[in-house]
Design a protein around this ligand. Structure first.
Ligand code: ATP
Ligand code: MG
Length: 164
């Protein structure tokens, strides 16, 4: 299916914007910031699967930012790929663990993670999905400062007009 990834990311971020303002997050100071391209970018994807990936990264951003903070969703259009990034101001990931978080069941600091719930499968599944779409997923992080997850996807280089 061919979908507008700008619109998809916008929708996902809007949904999380509503979530952080719901009763469940009352008293937590999360903020969502959007830095999107102001044009449609068409990608050929299974939309449900890509939404699942974005949801997992957003859920992680919230879950691993126990003190709140700004979560920024960005996108940048490159020559053949679009790069989406989600930046949080949470606990960060130690350098030694960065290469392992995409492995099945791997969780940083098991005791702390167990208290937060989850299975350690989210990123492994996300990596599988993104690679099935010809893209990549990676992370940069500073412990105690925050984390950015990047997600690249090849896009269809058509102008919007050609679809009319
Ligand atoms: P689930 O299967 O419910 O997603 P999970 O969140 O523990 O469980 P992953 O999403 O695969 O599993 O993440 C793996 C581990 O990577 C997490 O347990 C956590 O230690 C670390 N991690 C992931 N995202 C972040 C983040 N934004 N900030 C800090 N640590 C993170
Ligand atoms: Mg997760």
């Amino acid at each position: 299916e061919i979908v507008d990834i700008t619109e998809m990311l916008d929708h996902v971020l809007n949904r999380f914007e509503m979530l952080i303002h719901s009763a469940e997050y009352e008293g937590k100071n999360y903020q969502i910031k959007k830095v999107l391209e102001n044009e449609s970018i068409f990608v050929e994807v299974d939309p449900d699967r890509i939404i699942q990936v974005l949801d997992n990264i957003m859920n992680n951003a919230i879950k691993y930012s126990p003190d709140g903070g700004t979560i920024t969703g960005r996108m940048v259009k490159r020559e053949q790929t679009v790069i989406i990034s989600i930046t949080d101001e949470g606990m960060g990931i130690p350098k030694a663990d960065l290469g392992k978080i995409f492995s099945r069941f791997y969780r940083v600091d098991r005791a702390r993670s167990r208290a937060m719930g989850g299975s350690g499968l989210g990123l492994a599944i996300s990596k599988e999905v993104v690679e099935q779409h010809g893209g990549n997923i990676w992370a940069e992080s500073t412990e105690g400062k925050g984390t950015t997850f990047y997600l690249s996807l090849p896009y269809v280089p058509y102008e919007e007009e050609e679809w009319e």
